[in-house]
Design a protein around this ligand. Structure first.
Ligand SMILES: Nc1ncnc2c1ncn2[C@@H]1O[C@H](COP(=O)(O)OP(=O)(O)OP(=O)(O)O)[C@@H](O)[C@H]1O
Length: 284
């Protein structure tokens, strides 16, 4: 594992009864990169996420996370709460999971609850501001405000999270995950259901995370415009196996990827592309 490798997945397999959802899947994500995991419906992308974040224990394989400090964690051996707290992996889900009755700011403070409780020493005096709690509470609010600015939500800080438009709720989830100061942020279809303006705001936020925070991103996404625009590295899954791995340009032009997305056999791809090109020629 080289020093710029953040995540190394080796020979990962996950079996559900008779179904091999992931079959001997390996890939690496580099520190500081946005890595996208793409593939047709049911290819196994969410299952890979669930293995990385400890929701599932893989049937086989090794998942190593190497932090900036050089400290390594074998994620397949850790319970999910330790993956979040110690290995510093945060995630969002396909469906939004905010506290809709709490304000936008409160949602970001809840994410820092563990840190605040530790600072309180778990005592009433601690909570009343004796000792480190006061300073930590101030830091927590500052961090929350920082991510609200980045997510373009600072003007909505005191509104209930449930009142935000859909795209803003998506950005709030990401801001909340960032308040845990993760080494790796795993996003499950963050652009799903967004309109073009919201999608552009999401791209800005993700690029900002990459450039400013040192957090690396692993992304499942169906929206190819998002994937191609912001990813440094793309890994393609089909039927639980890796079929392509490289830069967005490499993957976009890989006949196996085109075949997987079109649902045709590899040998038919050239014919399909030729047909499409002749159609385009006819309309020009
Ligand atoms: N808990 C489970 N029990 C049984 N089968 C499962 C379970 N989770 C996933 N599967 C199966 O594993 C396969 C991969 O599913 P997964 O959700 O990982 O795919 P995906 O690539 O994320 O799909 P989508 O793009 O539609 O979200 C599917 O056939 C799915 O039905």
């Amino acid at each position: 594992m080289t020093s710029d490798t953040l995540l190394k997945v080796e020979h990962l397999s996950m079996k559900f009864g008779g179904l091999m959802a992931i079959n001997d899947f390996s890939f690496e994500a580099k520190r500081g990169d946005i890595t996208a995991l793409i593939g047709p419906n049911g290819a196994g992308k969410t299952t890979v996420f669930n293995c990385i974040t400890g929701f599932y224990k893989p049937t086989m394989g090794m998942i190593t996370l190497r932090q900036k400090t050089g400290k390594e964690y074998l994620l397949e051996r850790l319970p999910d709460f330790r993956i979040t707290r110690e290995a510093k992996v945060a995630r969002t889900f396909q469906n939004i999971r905010l506290f809709s009755g709490l304000t936008v700011l409160e949602n970001l403070l809840v994410a820092q609850h563990n840190k605040l409780m530790r600072a309180s020493g778990y005592t009433i005096l601690g909570l009343l501001g004796v000792g480190r709690y006061g300073a930590e509470a101030k830091n927590a609010i500052e961090l929350a405000r920082h991510w609200l600015e980045k997510a373009d939500l600072i003007d909505r800080a005191d509104d209930p999270a449930g009142d935000l438009p859909y795209g803003a709720q998506r950005r709030l989830e990401i801001a909340r995950a960032m308040c845990t100061e993760p080494e790796l942020l795993c996003l499950d279809e963050p652009a799903a259901g967004l309109n073009p303006r919201e999608s552009a705001a999401l791209n800005t936020l993700l690029r900002g995370i990459r450039s400013d925070s040192g957090t690396s991103i692993l992304l499942i996404e169906h929206d190819m415009s998002v994937v191609m625009e912001i990813s440094d590295h793309v890994v393609v899954l089909e039927y639980g196996q890796k079929i392509s791995d490289g830069t967005p340009d490499h993957v976009k032009n890989d006949p196996r990827v085109i075949a997987a997305y079109l649902g045709v056999e590899d040998e038919e791809v050239e014919q399909v592309i030729a047909d499409v090109e002749s159609l385009e020629g006819g309309t020009n």
